[in-house]
Design a protein. Structure first.
Length: 346
């Protein structure tokens, strides 16, 4: 004798059911109440996941016949925020009875929101509780746009054995007639513009290794500080300045003054001199900052006045006119340079 499985095992707890959110369950229930058709629900409701028709059917049957899943779903839906519930209710599908009442307003008329508000007040038992005059008006406009109103007719196809379609029309076209005559002046102008663009691209490619600044993403996800070409990094709150040569200048970049590290990218830099200072790497592997600006530069809270220089260590804090940076040294690369220098000296 075959024993019938317990009722609670008719719809097992699968990963499919775990992917259903309380908002999906509420949308499903409201849509079924409005349309009484799961196929229409599948096509018309936008769930949090792209469920198949079979998955929608299985979930509905589980809500109906599985007491455990039904109880859990109801409990979760009761905890939904009121704004989420209102948003779901405002997107409820329209029932056939609602669209029939909307169809009583002809397409040739010029109704307003007030017209549909009056219609809503006359038939509160037909329209869904969350409907408003504005929502009825918008749905009526969609019905009119797609020729779904009762007084609208769709133009029938032409009668006959042969109906001209896109492929037939395409075959009748003569490609030679579509080609415009060649304009030598335009061709020459395009050729000159193409050469100019390629020249600019080559110039940018040549300048790329000289660029020292990399701006971090505002998300806080930054690339690694060092690579095999970066000697040191001057890291700010928003910007990282990469030092890839033994001597670089820092300050405030202008049209007539190009420097390696433009500190204005980090923040307000109007107090910073156009050429604030120079960072140099000596043969000993030590970094020094020389102050060439009008204002002092602070390294680890110690002022470096104009015309003076100070040693930069790893993790040194550099402050210039209120902007703070951390100086990071690529220890591995510096050690390799020192080793090569020692070998050359020997």
């Amino acid at each position: 004798m075959i024993r019938r499985p317990p009722r609670s095992t008719l719809f097992p707890y699968t990963t499919l059911f775990r992917s259903w959110k309380p908002a999906d369950d509420l949308s499903l229930i409201i849509a079924v109440q409005q349309t009484n058709d799961l196929t229409t629900v599948y096509k018309g409701v936008k769930f949090s996941c792209k469920f198949t028709l079979h998955e929608v059917q299985e979930r509905w049957y589980a809500l109906l016949y599985d007491p455990v899943i039904s109880r859990m779903a109801v409990s979760a839906m009761k905890q939904l925020h009121s704004e989420i519930v209102i948003s779901i209710q405002s997107k409820a599908l329209f029932s056939k009875a609602e669209e029939e009442l909307l169809g009583t307003i002809t397409s040739s008329s010029l109704p307003t929101v007030e017209t549909f508000q009056v219609l809503l007040q006359k038939h509160p038992e037909v329209f869904y509780a969350a409907r408003t005059g504005k929502s009825l008006y918008n749905h009526w406009l969609l019905m009119k746009q797609y020729h779904l109103l009762p007084d609208q007719t769709v133009q029938p196809f032409p009668k006959g054995e042969h109906i001209l379609n896109f492929s037939d029309a395409e075959e009748l076209l003569d490609d030679e007639e579509l080609q415009s005559p060649t304009d030598e002046a335009i061709e020459q102008e395009l050729h000159v513009a193409d050469r100019k663009i390629k020249r600019e691209i080559r110039h940018l490619e040549n300048e790329l290794p000289k660029w020292q600044v990399m701006v971090d993403s505002v998300t806080g996800i930054s690339p690694p500080d060092f690579d095999n070409q970066t000697l040191a990094v001057l890291r700010g709150r928003l910007v990282r300045y990469l030092m890839r040569s033994r001597e670089i200048t820092l300050g405030r970049s202008t049209k007539d003054n190009n420097i390696d590290m433009d500190l204005s990218l980090e923040g307000p830099a109007w107090k910073i001199s156009k050429r604030q200072g120079v960072i140099k790497l000596r043969n000993t592997g030590e970094f020094y900052l020389a102050n060439e600006g009008k204002r002092p530069v602070y390294i680890d809270a110690k002022p470096v006045l104009t015309g003076n220089k100070s040693k930069l260590g790893n993790n040194s804090v550099v402050e210039i006119a209120g902007l703070r940076f951390i100086f990071l040294i690529n220890q591995d690369l510096i050690s390799a340079i020192q080793t090569e220098a020692a070998k050359s000296a020997a």
